[in-house]
Ligand binder design. Structure first.
Ligand SMILES: [Zn+2]
Ligand SMILES: [Zn+2]
Length: 263
C-alpha cells in the first residue's frame, strides 16, 4: 500500500525519553570535532558554509552568479535540477557518513535542516516526495534507508505527501562509491522502475537522497518517473561532491543571489 495518504509517519529520528536522560549523564560527541556536548557543536555549525545560490541551477555545482555550468549547457536530462545545500566535505560529510554507516540516526534533525537549506532561496511547488530506494539487499544489511529518514521530516514540515513505493529498484547495482565517475551512469541506468505510473503521472516529484556525487543515481531515478508521465522531477540532497577531475570547484564568494524562480 502506498503511504502517500498515511496521516502521520513515525519519526525514526525522534528521541525516546531515556535518551534525554542519557545525554545528561554522557553527552554525545560532536560528529565534526569530537568534543562532548552535542551531536554537532555550535562551533562546528558556525563553520558550515552553505553553497548558497551561486550554483548551476541544473546540477548544483558552484558557478559564478548562479550561471548554468559548461557541463550542463545544451545537455538534455530528465531532471529539472539538483538542489544541494552543502559541499560533501568537513562536518557535513562526517555527519552523513555517521548517519548512514554507523546508524547515528540522531543526526537526522541536523541533516534534515541542511537538506532543506536550498529551498529557502529556491522554493519549489511539489506534489510528491520520493526517497531514492535502496536495494533490498542493502536495506536488509543497513536496516533503514537514510534517504527515507530524511524525506519524511522534510516533507512533513511542508505538507508534501511521501511515496516510498513510487520508485523501485528493478535490479541490484554495485555500490556507486566503488566505481569511477565514468562508469556510474551505466551502473545505475535502467536500475529503477515505476510500478504504478498513475501514482506519479502529472505530478511534480522531488527525489530525496543524502549525497549526489555525479548525479547518475538521481538521473536514473528521474528517467522512469518522466516516462511514467511525471510533470517534472527535481532532486534534493544534503550535500554534493563539488570536485571536478579530482579538484575542488571554486566556490564563488559574495552575496548569494536570491532565485525566486521555481522553474
Ligand atoms: Zn564540533
Ligand atoms: Zn551544471
Amino acid at each position: 500500500m502506498s503511504d502517500a495518504l498515511a496521516p502521520e509517519q513515525p519519526d525514526a529520528t525522534k528521541d525516546p525519553w531515556w535518551q534525554a536522560a542519557l545525554d545528561v549523564l554522557l553527552p554525545p560527541r560532536c560528529v565534526g570535532c569530537g568534543r562532548r556536548g552535542a551531536q554537532v557543536c555550535a562551533a562546528c555549525v558556525s563553520e558550515l558554509r552553505p553553497l548558497g545560490s551561486n550554483v548551476c541551477p541544473r546540477c548544483g555545482m558552484p558557478t559564478t552568479e548562479g550561471r548554468v555550468c559548461r557541463r550542463c549547457l545544451g545537455k538534455e536530462t530528465s531532471l529539472r535540477a539538483v538542489l544541494a545545500g552543502y559541499a560533501f566535505e568537513g562536518t557535513i560529510r562526517a555527519a552523513i557518513l555517521a548517519f548512514k554507516y554507523r546508524a547515528r540516526t540522531r543526526l537526522g534533525p541536523f541533516l534534515t535542516g541542511a537538506l532543506a537549506a536550498p529551498l529557502t532561496y529556491r522554493p519549489l511547488t511539489i506534489d510528491l516526495v520520493v526517497p531514492v530506494p535502496l536495494s533490498a539487499e542493502r536495506l536488509r544489511l543497513r536496516g533503514f534507508n537514510q534517504a527515507e529518514l530524511l524525506a519524511h521530516p522534510l516533507a512533513a514540515g511542508r505538507g508534501w505527501p511521501v511515496a516510498t513505493d513510487a520508485l523501485t529498484r528493478i535490479r541490484d547495482t554495485r555500490q556507486q562509491t566503488e566505481l569511477p565517475a565514468r562508469e556510474r551512469l551505466g551502473n545505475v541506468a535502467g536500475a529503477f522502475g515505476v510500478p504504478r505510473p498513475e501514482a506519479v503521472s502529472g505530478k511534480r516529484v522531488l527525489l530525496v537522497d543524502d549525497v549526489c556525487t555525479t548525479g547518475a543515481t538521481l538521473a536514473a531515478c528521474a528517467a522512469p518517473l518522466r516516462d511514467a508521465g511525471a510533470e517534472g522531477v527535481w532532486g534534493i540532497v544534503v550535500a554534493r561532491d563539488i570536485r571536478v577531475n579530482g579538484n575542488r570547484a571554486r566556490v564563488p564568494k559574495g552575496l548569494a543571489r536570491v532565485l525566486t524562480s521555481s522553474l
